[in-house]
Design a protein around this ligand. Structure first.
Ligand SMILES: [Zn+2]
Length: 508
């Protein structure tokens, strides 16, 4: 008695086809799983046995051998439970009315409960994407995962609740209708909009430039100035997601179990990890590595509130991922890669007491204390931030004003124009935005006239700007010019960009 059924396991973000070969023979009762299963797969034996018994079927006291092929890829987690149980039921002749052709084109995904129920699993979307790539026609999966799978068209998706149902379905005793893939509607989350932010024009402007050029950004201001509130709204002025991008971020959230029943994610993520969370939660990790906050922020925003509260370790560990836009997690059994191309946004107080430069409250810190405080942020991390902007508490008259601030949609239209210009300009260079310009590209695309060059040189001396600030000012000037649809960087663009280096003077 022998059977073959198919399933898929994940390795990082990618799916791999697994064939479950089941052989049942008479002999001393034994149940063995071979083919590089990890501990969680070996535990499946108990679940499968209980689930079959509790579904009113006999778990024969025979010699059961399951081989998971190919043997060279590791199999983790409980997603193979259903496939292995079906393999046993077929080999045991509980399922006889089978169309073999159909079986070859079907994959089974799902974790079993002891009572035979089929539980939702993480990573359904990347698994179904792989199934489609392999030419599989039908996917039998947990009912609770159905919305996530329905994102993919041209797959016959059969949602199931328990083992008996699957048995009856395969025996053609019942019919289960295939779940129709849904039309994808890209709707924006309109609950957060810059129209709700009165005053703060300079900050909104800085965030518009950041969004337009993909620049990482640091907001410095006293408590209660509205830094977090504005950072959250930054998502509302970023470009719409393309379908490919939406798939990519949904895959990551699917693997980490962050998706509820929502199907495709159509908004760019905004992640705001607390400074107390462990480094592995931020970078990614675990025995079977899962994406961390930096990957959950992929194609969206990673916001670190109160930057100076984060441990030096965490801040240091962010440098490489920010640079490489990908994180590699090493494990004994191989390397796991997760993308993490996010915009980095952070906020901090201007000094230990929080009120340096405030118009109402007096700052009690000495200059030395302020220096020490600022130096908590690592220089190399600061190197990756193009825009620094001071956030003051909004004036009362601005809050009370009846004037309607611009909506996020109005701002986004300008951002879109500037982004399009960059896409065209950098088509041949493999980059998408001004923030990605290399030193060589800067000398090609960020030329200044004599007057602007002079201004920059003067600023350099007077503001004691660091060498690293020089290139950043040029990149940001390029974005400001793009927002105005100007081919050349002008004096006023450079003048504005210089303002976005407000804390350089504190960092030594
Ligand atoms: Zn202070």
């Amino acid at each position: 008695m022998f059977s073959k059924v198919k399933s898929i396991v994940l390795n990082g973000l990618d799916g791999n086809l697994v064939e479950i070969q089941t052989d049942i023979e008479n002999g001393i009762p034994e149940f063995e799983i071979v083919g590089l299963p990890d501990a969680s797969v070996r535990e499946a034996k108990k679940r499968i046995e209980a689930a079959i018994k509790n579904s009113k079927m006999e778990f024969l006291n025979k010699k059961i051998l399951i081989n998971l092929a190919p043997a060279n890829i590791r199999k983790e987690g409980s997603c193979l439970d259903l496939a292995m149980a079906i393999g046993i039921l077929i080999a045991n002749r509980y399922i006889t009315n089978l169309d073999t052709n159909e079986l070859v084109n079907t994959i089974f995904l799902g974790e079993l409960s002891l009572d035979g129920k089929i539980n939702r699993i993480n990573g359904i979307l990347p698994m179904c994407i792989e199934a489609k790539n392999l030419g599989i026609k039908t996917v039998i999966l947990p009912n609770a995962n159905v919305n996530e799978a329905a994102v993919i068209s041209d797959l016959n998706i059969i949602p199931v609740n328990n083992l008996i149902e699957v048995k009856k379905y395969l025996n053609k005793e019942i019919e289960i209708y295939s779940y129709q893939s849904k039309e994808i509607i890209f709707s924006r989350n309109d609950n957060i909009d810059f129209a709700e932010v009165k005053g703060q024009e300079n900050v909104k402007r800085a965030l518009e430039i950041a969004a337009a050029g993909g620049h990482n950004c640091l907001m410095i201001g006293c408590p209660g100035a509205g830094k977090t509130m504005m950072a959250k709204r930054l998502v509302s002025i970023l470009l719409d997601l393309t379908i490919e991008e939406a798939m990519e971020i949904t895959k990551i959230h699917s693997i980490s179990g962050e998706l509820k029943n929502d199907g495709l994610m159509t908004n760019r993520p905004f992640r705001m990890p607390h400074h107390t969370i462990p480094i592995s939660t931020i970078i990614g990790g675990g025995r079977i590595p899962k994406p961390g906050e930096i990957s959950l922020a992929h194609l969206g925003i990673l916001f670190l509130d109160e930057l100076t509260e984060f441990s030096r370790n965490i801040l240091e560990s962010l440098r490489e991922p920010i640079e490489n836009k990908e994180v590699v997690i090493n494990r004994l059994n191989g390397n796991y890669r997760f993308p993490c191309n996010f915009m980095f946004v952070a906020s901090m107080n201007p000094c230990p007491c929080g009120y340096y430069g405030d118009e109402e409250k007096e700052c009690k810190c000495s200059e030395q204390e302020i220096h020490r405080y600022m130096n908590k942020i690592s220089g190399p991390l600061l190197d990756r931030i193009d825009i620094q902007v001071e956030v003051k508490r909004p004036e009362l008259r601005k809050i009370k004003s009846k004037e309607k601030p611009e909506t996020s949609m109005q701002i986004r239209e300008r951002v879109n124009v500037a982004r399009d210009i960059q896409l065209q300009r950098y088509k041949k260079y493999g980059i998408y935005s001004n923030s990605e310009l290399t030193t060589k590209m800067i000398s090609e695309f960020c030329n200044l006239d004599v007057q602007s060059e002079e201004l920059l040189q003067n600023a350099f001396k007077k503001l004691k700007l660091s060498v690293r600030a020089y290139e950043k000012i040029l990149k940001v000037s390029r974005t400001i010019a793009d927002l105005e649809e100007k081919d050349n960087i002008e004096f006023k663009h450079v003048a504005e960009a210089i303002q976005y280096r407000s804390i350089d003077k504190f960092i030594k």
